[in-house]
Design a protein around this ligand. Structure first.
Ligand code: ATP
Ligand code: MG
Length: 455
C-alpha cells in the first residue's frame, strides 16, 4: 500500500458495521498459514472452506478482521460486511485510488500473461512497474496485486481473467485501468459464456468500463475488433494494432528463425524498429503488437518499446525449449491448452527442422463441441505435415482418428501418461522435436519431466 488505511475508512465508504473499534493497517492477509501480525485478515468463504472457522483464534496474530458475521468473544476490531470477497475488492480499490501513475489491464483468451510479461520487460528498463504475479488474475488476484502497490511503483500492469460474463467489469471497477486491451478471443472456456460471441462481449467489458480520456488498444486482427469499436464509450481514444499497414502500430517483415523465435520490424507512426523476440512462435508477434500498443498509449517512446520486447524471456511451461534424454528437442508448452493456442503450437512445430511429434493432453472446458474441436486439431496437425501425434485422455481419440485418416501417419491415444511416455520413447531420434501441450487438468508437465529428467 502507498499509505495505510483504516477499517473505519472502509466502513464509511462502503457500509457494513464496525465492532471493537477501528484499526490502521497497510497489509492484508487471507491465508491462515501465512499470518502477518501487522495485517488485517479477510475471512473468505469458498465452496469447501470458511475462514470464519479460524477467525476466533487470530487474536494477537493479526491487527483486525473483515468478516461476514461478528466473531463473538474476539476483541479484535472487526469490519462486518455482506460479502468478504467483495470487501477484498473494495480494499483493493482504495489502494488503487492512492496511485496516480498509468494503469494498464489486459484480458483475452490466450497470451495475457505473455503480454503482461512483455509490458513488464518494456517498463522495467526505466520504470518500476507493479505487475500481476504469476497468473493472479481473478477476484482474489487483482486485489492482491493492488495491495502490493508501493510508493516505489510508477506504473501498474494488471492481468484480468474471466470465468463468467461480468467478471471483467467487476475487475475493472477495482483496478480502474486507463489503458486496456483484449489480446484476442478464441473458443477457450466457452462453458459459462454460452458462445464465442458471449466471450467477446464479456471481455469487451474491459473497453466498455473505460472512463473518458482512457485508451482502448484494439487488436485489429481479431474478428471482434469492429464489434468492440462499435461499442466503444464516448471520449475513449482507440489505438488499433495489427498486421495491417492501416494500423497505428503494425509489424512488417516477420521472419521465424531456426530457433522458432520471430523477428520483425515494429512500425510505430511510420518508423520501423527492428525487434528480435526471445519467445518462440509467430503468435508472439501479435502479443508483441498488443504490448507495444499499451506501452505507446502509456507514453513509452517507440525505440524503448522495441528494445524492451527483445528482453522479454520465456516462462516455464509456455513454449520452453528443452533437451530430452534421447537427445531430442522438447518444447514444453504444458501450461495450458485451448484450440487457439494448440493451433498456434502446431504452426510453430511445423516450422521446426527434422521429425515433429505433437503430444496433446485433452483440452478441457470446451462444452458440447469438445470432440469436434479435438478432431479439428488432429486434422490441422496432419495438414501441417506433423510426423506423429500422441494423445492423453478420452477426447484425444477424436484427434487420433482424424490425424490417422488425413495423414496416415502414426497416431496413438493413451489413457495413462506413463504408457504414453514409454511408447514415445521408442519413437525418438536426435532430430525429433516433441511439443507437449494440454489443459492444466491434463498435467502434461509430468510427461515433460519424464522425457527430460536425467537424474
Ligand atoms: P491463462 O488464461 O491461463 O491466464 P494466458 O492468457 O495468460 O492464460 P499465456 O499464459 O500467456 O496466456 O499463454 C498460454 C498459452 O497460450 C501458451 O501455451 C501460449 O503458447 C499460447 N498463446 C499465447 N499467446 C497466444 C496467441 N496470441 N495466440 C495463440 N496462442 C497463444
Ligand atoms: Mg495468465
Amino acid at each position: 500500500m502507498i499509505a495505510p488505511l483504516t477499517l473505519e475508512q472502509l466502513q464509511q465508504r462502503f457500509g457494513g458495521e464496525l465492532a471493537n473499534g477501528s484499526v490502521e493497517f497497510d497489509r492484508v492477509c487471507t491465508d491462515t498459514r501465512k499470518l502477518d501480525a501487522d495485517a488485517i485478515f479477510v475471512a473468505l468463504v469458498g465452496e469447501s472452506f470458511d475462514a470464519h472457522d479460524f477467525a476466533a483464534d487470530l487474536e494477537g496474530k493479526v491487527l483486525g478482521l473483515v468478516v461476514q458475521r461478528r466473531i463473538e468473544g474476539c476483541t479484535l476490531p472487526q469490519w462486518i460486511v455482506g460479502d468478504t470477497t467483495v470487501a477484498l475488492g473494495q480494499i483493493g480499490l482504495l489502494c488503487r485510488e492512492q496511485f496516480s501513475g498509468p494503469v494498464i489491464a489486459i484480458t483475452g483468451s490466450c497470451g495475457k500473461t505473455t503480454v503482461k510479461e512483455m509490458l513488464a520487460a518494456i517498463f522495467g528498463q526505466r520504470h518500476t512497474p507493479c505487475v500481476t504475479q504469476g497468473n493472479l488474475n481473478n477476484q482474489f488476484g487483482v486485489p492482491m496485486t493492488l495491495f502490493g502497490l508501493g510508493p516505489e511503483h510508477d506504473v501498474l500492469i494488471l492481468e484480468m481473467g474471466a470465468n463468467g460474463p461480468d467478471d471483467i467489469g467487476y475487475l475493472c471497477g477495482i483496478g480502474r485501468p486507463r489503458v486496456t486491451a483484449v489480446n484476442n478471443v478464441k473458443p477457450a472456456h466457452v462453458e459459462g459464456f454460452g458462445s464465442v460471441a458471449g466471450i467477446a462481449a464479456a471481455k469487451g467489458q474491459i473497453y466498455t468500463s473505460l472512463e473518458p480520456g482512457s485508451t482502448a488498444v484494439i487488436n485489429a486482427d481479431d474478428e471482434f475488433a469492429d464489434y468492440w469499436l462499435r461499442n466503444m464509450p464516448d471520449d475513449v481514444e482507440t489505438l488499433r494494432v495489427g498486421l495491417g499497414l492501416d494500423c497505428a502500430i503494425c509489424a512488417e517483415n516477420i521472419e521465424v528463425g531456426g530457433d522458432g523465435c520471430p523477428s520483425f520490424d515494429l512500425v510505430i507512426e511510420g518508423v520501423a524498429h527492428p525487434v528480435q523476440l526471445r519467445l518462440m512462435g509467430e503468435h508472439n508477434v501479435h502479443n508483441a503488437l498488443v504490448a507495444a500498443g499499451c506501452a505507446f498509449a502509456s507514453g513509452i517512446p517507440a525505440a524503448e518499446i522495441a528494445s524492451g520486447l527483445a528482453l522479454a524471456g520465456s516462462v516455464a511451461g509456455r513454449l520452453q525449449l528443452l533437451r530430452g534424454r534421447a537427445g531430442e528437442t522438447v518444447i514444453d508448452d504444458s501450461y495450458n491448452a485451448n484450440p487457439g493456442s494448440v493451433a498456434a503450437a502446431i504452426d510453430l512445430l511445423a516450422q521446426r527442422p527434422g521429425r515433429k511429434i505433437l503430444v496433446l493432453g485433452d483440452m478441457a472446458e470446451l462444452g458440447a463441441d469438445a470432440e469436434a474441436m479435438h478432431r479439428q486439431m488432429g486434422e490441422l496437425a496432419a495438414e501441417r505435415g506433423l510426423d506423429g501425434l500422441y494423445t492423453f485422455g478420452p477426447l484425444g481419440a477424436a484427434a487420433v482418428e482424424a490425424f490417422a485418416a488425413a495423414a496416415g501417419g502414426s497416431a496413438h491415444g493413451f489413457s495413462e501418461r506413463s504408457s504414453l511416455v514409454a511408447a514415445l520413447e521408442n519413437d525418438l531420434t536426435e532430430d525429433t522435436t516433441v511439443l507437449v501441450k494440454g489443459s492444466r487438468s491434463a498435467r502434461m508437465e509430468e510427461v515433460v519431466r519424464a522425457l527430460t529428467d536425467t537424474g
